[in-house]
Every structure is written in structure tokens, then in C-alpha cells.
Design a protein around this ligand. Structure first.
Ligand code: CP
Ligand code: NVA
Length: 321
């Protein structure tokens, strides 16, 4: 891995995964190959070659927002790699009692790293920069969800083999999930279309990053019209209209996003064998109908499963000497 880009900071030296942009495209390819190997080897249990990769290693799990998938899969991943975890409560470990920098400096004396779900991305950078050897993993921030993007990419590679030249239409909020997915997908040569209402676009700063990391001619295109975005696409991706922390906006967002629901009529504009993606949790009947979520095209539980395999690979990569 490289020294982190604009989302990391100068002295992190590749020890943290705060953003997809902390990976070069070759790192992403490597992580997906390793993920597939770990998935294949999982039935071997203690006989798997990586079953002691984190032996003697403690990791702290710090979650300021709810989580089923991310937290469960990190707990299982750490255990299956032979490591241990501690779960300090978020109210004492995420800067409410003392500065995040001091929390990081203390934790670093006891454990090798932390998996952190929090609000502003800057909180992750602050924690990482206050330490010298601590491995910090972004388990979701307001701005990015890079661990989700790893599982999304593995899921698409499993379906398509070589994903170069494919097109994914993300319909809905240009949020943390959309941002990380777009960054990762273009590294694999996947064209990304994002259809969002006015004011809910991907952050403007992403364009420079996309141009820098895109491979094989992959492009990011923004749309207002969901039908235009989905037309002929190989996959349709959506996420909740109201992300965690924005609950006060729920009524306004329901109104704003109602033309962006992924339903059978919208999916009919996608390519014949198009699959449907959602990071989950889903708000059934809002951003997606039951008929799409439960259809044969739906890959959502493959995505959920692949959170485990991709995070195991990430941990192996971050903790290998
Ligand atoms: N997709 C995802 O991150 O799920 P959780 O919020 O349950 O961790
Ligand atoms: N965008 C959603 C993703 C949840 C996994 C949120 O931030 O709440």
C-alpha cells in the first residue's frame, strides 16, 4: 500500500485503511484475490493457512453508530485469524471523556489497532495521526464506507469474472456508500453512474480522485434521471435515503427521493441479466421494493457474506510484517 492520499495523512505509511483511496488499484486487486482464497479456505477452520495470522494480536472495536454486518464480521474475522478483540464503550473511547489523540496514545500501548465507526472522517484521521504504529480501519464514517466497497467488488467479480467495461448505476443518495463504491469500482475498470436529486450528489471533490485512480477507461457520470442512469446497466445499487445521524431529515428525504425508488419498473430499464446491490440495512418499501430485494437478481446477501472474507483479507494485509 502507498502512503495515504488526501483522505489519509502524510505519516500513516500505509498502516491504516481509512478510505478506498488508501489502496492503489493493485492493492485492491490483491485484496480481492486474497479474499477469494480466504473464502475458499474457510471450511478448513484451524487448518486454514491464515488461522494464526493475528495470533497474539488485540484489536479494539469502537462503534459510535449501530451495526450488524460490519461489527459481526470483524468479530468473526479477528477470531478466525487467531486474534483477540476488546470492545471499550464508545462514550469513553471516542473523545467524549478525553481527546481522541489521548485515547489513541493509550490504546496503542495495549492493542495493535482499532476498527472504528464514527461520524466525521476527520475523527479517524485524528486518531490515526496521534499514533505511530496503530492500524486504524474505517468501519463507516459520514463520508466513506470503504469496507463495504471491498465486499461489493468481490461480489461483482464473482458474478462477472473480469469486471472491466461493466456499468453499475447507483440510484439515490450520493453518500458514504456511493463514494467508496465509486472509488473502488473505477479502479477495477467499472463505469459508475450515480443518479441523485439536486443537493444529494456525490461530493464534488471526488472527481479528481476518480480521474487519478480509474483504470481501463472507467468513468464516473452523474445523472438526475434514474431511468437514464439505469438504462442498459449491468447492476443497480441503492442505499437508504436517510443515513445514520440524519434522522431529523427523514420526512424531507422521503419526499425528495421518492422518484428514486428501485422497483420493478426501474429495473426493467437495466440490462437483461442485471443484478441488484444494497449494502443493507434496507428500508423496504422506501429506496427498494420487496419485489426487487427478494428477486433472483438480488445479490445483497452475497454482499453481506463477503464482508467477512474481504475484511479478513484486509486484516491480513494490514497486520502482515
Ligand atoms: N452494510 C453495513 O455496514 O451494515 P451494518 O451497518 O449493519 O454494519
Ligand atoms: N449510508 C448508510 C449506510 C449504512 C451501512 C448510513 O450511513 O447509515
Amino acid at each position: 500500500m502507498t502512503t495515504p492520499g488526501p483522505h489519509g495523512a502524510g505519516s500513516l505509511e500505509g498502516r491504516c485503511f481509512l478510505s478506498v483511496l488508501d489502496f492503489e488499484p493493485a492493492d485492491l486487486e490483491h485484496s480481492l484475490t486474497l479474499s477469494a482464497t480466504l473464502k475458499r479456505d474457510r471450511p478448513l477452520g484451524k487448518e486454514a493457512p491464515t488461522s494464526a495470522a493475528l495470533q497474539g494480536t488485540y484489536v479494539a472495536l469502537l462503534f459510535e453508530k449501530p451495526s450488524l454486518r460490519t461489527r459481526s464480521t470483524f468479530e468473526i474475522a479477528i477470531r478466525e485469524l487467531g486474534g483477540n478483540f476488546i470492545v471499550p464503550s464508545a462514550d469513553v473511547a471516542l473523545g467524549k471523556r478525553e481527546s481522541l489523540a489521548d485515547v489513541g496514545r493509550c490504546l496503542e500501548r495495549w492493542v495493535a489497532g482499532a476498527v472504528v465507526r464514527t461520524y466525521e472522517q476527520s475523527r479517524l484521521t485524528d486518531l490515526a495521526l496521534a499514533t505511530t504504529s496503530f492500524r486504524v480501519i474505517n468501519a463507516l464514517s459520514n463520508e466513506e464506507h470503504p469496507c463495504q466497497a471491498l465486499a461489493d467488488c468481490l461480489t461483482l467479480k464473482e458474478r462477472w469474472g473480469d469486471p472491466r467495461g461493466r456499468t453499475v448505476a447507483f440510484v439515490g443518495d450520493g453518500n458514504n456508500v456511493a463514494t467508496s463504491f465509486a472509488q473502488a469500482a473505477v479502479m477495477l475498470g467499472i463505469h459508475v453512474r450515480v443518479a441523485s436529486p439536486d443537493g444529494c450528489d456525490l461530493p464534488p471533490g471526488i472527481d479528481g480522485d476518480i480521474a487519478r485512480v480509474a483504470r481501463y477507461g472507467a468513468e464516473l457520470t452523474r445523472f438526475r434521471d434514474p431511468v437514464a442512469a439505469v438504462r442498459g446497466a449491468d447492476a443497480v445499487y441503492t442505499d437508504v435515503w436517510t443515513s445514520m445521524g440524519r434522522e431529523a431529515e427523514v420526512a424531507e428525504r422521503r419526499r425528495l427521493f421518492s422518484p428514486y425508488q428501485v422497483n420493478d419498473a426501474l429495473m426493467a430499464h437495466a440490462g437483461t441479466d442485471a443484478c441488484f446491490l444494497h449494502c443493507l440495512p434496507a428500508h423496504r418499501g422506501e429506496e427498494v421494493t420487496d419485489s426487487v430485494l427478494d428477486s433472483p437478481a438480488s445479490a445483497v446477501f452475497d454482499q453481506a457474506e463477503n464482508r467477512l472474507h474481504t475484511q479478513k483479507a484486509l486484516l491480513v494485509m494490514l497486520y502482515e510484517d
